[in-house]
Design a protein. Structure first.
Length: 136
């Protein structure tokens, strides 16, 4: 984990705090998308569309893979509750429930995470963030 964090911060060196916060927030939110295989494509598309650092975005995506597996059932249950029915027993219904749960839970939390990271990184503008030393 420490090596992955070092790789991220070395790839993020020189990026403004807003860009780093956006890469972290988008990589995490898109990385927990409940359909396997889609987060990689979504992160690549977002990085290319927004002209973000693609390797840094994919690194955050890959680091969030265990979280994707851990959130699969809770997001499905949240989606089923939001849609007002019982948990689906078909693959398509379970995927629908999980996507609804992801959209209603992870997207708003991602916006909050982005704002918190933006404020934090702007406060840390001096020192390690400008590439003078590593954060750990």
């Amino acid at each position: 984990m420490k090596a992955a964090a070092a790789r991220f911060w070395s790839s993020a060196a020189g990026m403004p705090p807003g860009t780093v916060a956006l890469v972290l927030a988008l990589g995490l939110v898109l990385g927990v998308f409940p359909i396997m295989g889609c987060p990689t494509l979504l992160c690549a598309a977002a990085a290319l569309a927004l002209r973000l650092n693609l390797p840094a975005m994919q690194l955050v995506n890959q680091l969030s893979s265990p979280l994707q597996w851990a959130l699969l059932i809770p997001l499905g249950r949240a989606g089923a509750r939001i849609l007002g029915g019982a948990a689906a027993w078909s693959l398509a219904g379970a995927a629908r429930d999980a996507i609804v749960g992801w959209f209603c839970v992870c997207v708003p939390l991602g916006l909050v995470f982005y704002v918190v990271m933006l404020v934090t990184l702007r406060r840390c503008r001096g020192g390690w963030f400008n590439g003078l030393e590593s954060p750990g």
